[in-house]
Design a protein around this ligand. Structure first.
Ligand SMILES: Nc1nc2c(ncn2[C@@H]2O[C@H](COP(=O)(O)OP(=O)(O)OP(=O)(O)O)[C@@H](O)[C@H]2O)c(=O)[nH]1
Ligand SMILES: [Mg+2]
Length: 404
C-alpha cells in the first residue's frame, strides 16, 4: 500500500511539473509575439533573415535612420514651351543664406513647376559655397556673372569731393543708406546696367528677386508667358511714396529728359500716377523694384537707355541718393502706355517691411496663401496702388474696402 501511495505521489508531482512547464512555455510564446512597431529598428537589411532585435539603450552606436531618405516626390512640371526668361539677383557672398530663403519661396510657389534659369550678379567673384548652395536650390540652370568695373564705379563726370560731402550731410540727417557708396553703385547698376550684362543679353524677360523675400500663394501659371500674351512690359506688387530727401531733383531731371526727347514719351502714359498737376510736380509714387517682372528689350531700348544716360549725367545717383525704384517707375510711367504696366494682385509678396496679400478670400483659399490679409499694404494711405487703379480706370478688387 505504502508502495502504491509513493507511486501516486510521484504521478501527482510529475503532473504538476508538466502543468507548470506548459504555463511557462506558453507565456514566453506570448511575449515573443508582442508587436514591435513602436520600437525603433534600423533599415539595414538583416543578412541572416532574422528580424534584428533593437536595443533601446544603444542610441549612440546604432542611431535610427529617417526612413525613405532617398525617395522624393515625383516632379510636377507644367508641360509646354518656356519663355526666354530668367530670374535675376544682385547679391554679395554674404547674402547667401538670405537669398537661399528667397529661392526656396520662389521654387516652392512657382519655379519647381517651370524650371526657369537664375542669373546671379555680383561686383565681386561669387565663392564656391554661394554657387554650390544656390545651384542645389534652383530647379533651372544657375549662372554667375561678375559686374564689369566700369558699371560699378564713379563715372568720370562725377565730382567725388562733392559726392563725399553729400554723404556726410545725409549721414547727419540720418537718411537711410545716405552715407553708403556701395548702395549708390547698387542703385545705379539696377537702374542702368543689369539688363546689359552679357549673361542677361541672352534673355528677353526677367523676374528680379532680392534676399529675404517671401511668396505666400501658389502661382500656377507662367507669369512670363502671361506678360507676353497680354503685351505687358513692366509689373509690380507693391507701390508707395519715395522718401523725398533721397530724390530732391529727380523729377526736374525727368522733365528735362521729356523736353529733350518728346519722341520717347508714350501717348497714353501714366502721368496721372506720377503727377497731380499734369507734370509740374512728382507725387513721389513708385513701384517697389525689389520685385519686378519685366521685359529686358524695353530696358535695352533706345528710349530707356537715353533716359538712363540723361539721369546719370544729371548726377543724382551720387549727389543725392536716387533709388532704382523711382527711376524705373518714372521711366515706365512716361515711356510705356498705361496698359503695358501690370499690377500682380495674385502674387503675394513680402519684402521688409511691407506685405502684399491678395485681396479676395476665395483666391487666397484656392491658392493656399499663408499671408494675413490684415497685413496687406495695398489700401493703406501710404500705398500708391489705389492711385494706380484710378489712373487706369480699373475697378478695385471685390472686397477691398472690407480688407482695408
Ligand atoms: N553684389 C552686391 N550686391 C549688393 C550690394 N548692395 C546691395 N546689393 C544687392 O542689391 C539688392 C538691393 O540691396 P538691399 O540691401 O536689399 O537694398 P534695399 O532693398 O533697398 O534695402 P533692405 O531694406 O535692406 O533690403 C539686393 O539684392 C542686395 O543683395 C553690394 O554692394 N554688392
Ligand atoms: Mg532689399
Amino acid at each position: 500500500m505504502a508502495g502504491t501511495q509513493r507511486y501516486l505521489r510521484y504521478i501527482v508531482f510529475a503532473l504538476i511539473c508538466l502543468i507548470l512547464l506548459f504555463f511557462i512555455s506558453s507565456s514566453s510564446t506570448v511575449q515573443t509575439s508582442w508587436p514591435t512597431a513602436n520600437v525603433p529598428q534600423t533599415t539595414e537589411p538583416d543578412t541572416k533573415g532574422a528580424v534584428p532585435k533593437p536595443d533601446p539603450l544603444a542610441t549612440d552606436s546604432n542611431p535610427p535612420k529617417t526612413p525613405n531618405v532617398d525617395k522624393e516626390l515625383p516632379p510636377a512640371i507644367v508641360p509646354g514651351d518656356r519663355m526666354n526668361a530668367t530670374f535675376v539677383t544682385l547679391a554679395r557672398n554674404s547674402d547667401l543664406w538670405e537669398i537661399a530663403k528667397s529661392i526656396r519661396h520662389v521654387e516652392d510657389r512657382f519655379n519647381r513647376k517651370f524650371n526657369y534659369d537664375w542669373v546671379f550678379l555680383n561686383d565681386d567673384d561669387f565663392n564656391d559655397e554661394f554657387k554650390k548652395v544656390t545651384t542645389a536650390l534652383v530647379s533651372g540652370r544657375t549662372r554667375y556673372g561678375k559686374i564689369p568695373k566700369e558699371h560699378w564705379s564713379f563715372p568720370d563726370f562725377i565730382d567725388q569731393d562733392k559726392a563725399a560731402k553729400v554723404r556726410e550731410e545725409m549721414k547727419e540727417k540720418k537718411i537711410i543708406y545716405g552715407d553708403s557708396v556701395s548702395y549708390r553703385h547698387m542703385c545705379r547698376y539696377e537702374s542702368g546696367f543689369f539688363f546689359r550684362h552679357p549673361l542677361m543679353l541672352e534673355y528677353e524677360w526677367y523676374w528680379r528677386v532680392e534676399p529675404s523675400i517671401e511668396l505666400y500663394c501658389d502661382i500656377n501659371y507662367d507669369t512670363f508667358k502671361w506678360m507676353a500674351e497680354n503685351k505687358k512690359k513692366y509689373s509690380f506688387v507693391l507701390s508707395l511714396y519715395e522718401y523725398v530727401e533721397t530724390i530732391p531733383t529727380l523729377w526736374e531731371a525727368a522733365k528735362n529728359f521729356s523736353a529733350h526727347h518728346p519722341e520717347h514719351i508714350a501717348k497714353d502714359n501714366s502721368m496721372k500716377f506720377l503727377s497731380d498737376d499734369d507734370g509740374k510736380t512728382y507725387t513721389n509714387c513708385h513701384f517697389w523694384s525689389n520685385f519686378e517682372i519685366g521685359n529686358l528689350n524695353w530696358l535695352r531700348s533706345k528710349a530707356y537707355v537715353d533716359f538712363f544716360e540723361s539721369l546719370d549725367h544729371a548726377g543724382g545717383f551720387f549727389y543725392e541718393r536716387w533709388g532704382d525704384a523711382p527711376v524705373h517707375s518714372i521711366a515706365a510711367g512716361l515711356m510705356l502706355n498705361k496698359d503695358e504696366i501690370h499690377f500682380f494682385n495674385d502674387i503675394a509678396y513680402y519684402h521688409v517691411p511691407f506685405t502684399h496679400c491678395p485681396t479676395g478670400e476665395q483666391y487666397r483659399l484656392d491658392h493656399k496663401c499663408h499671408c494675413n490679409p490684415k497685413e496687406n499694404f495695398d489700401w493703406n494711405g501710404y500705398s500708391c496702388t489705389a492711385r494706380f487703379y484710378e489712373t487706369n480706370g480699373m475697378q478695385k478688387p471685390e472686397g477691398y474696402d472690407k480688407e482695408k
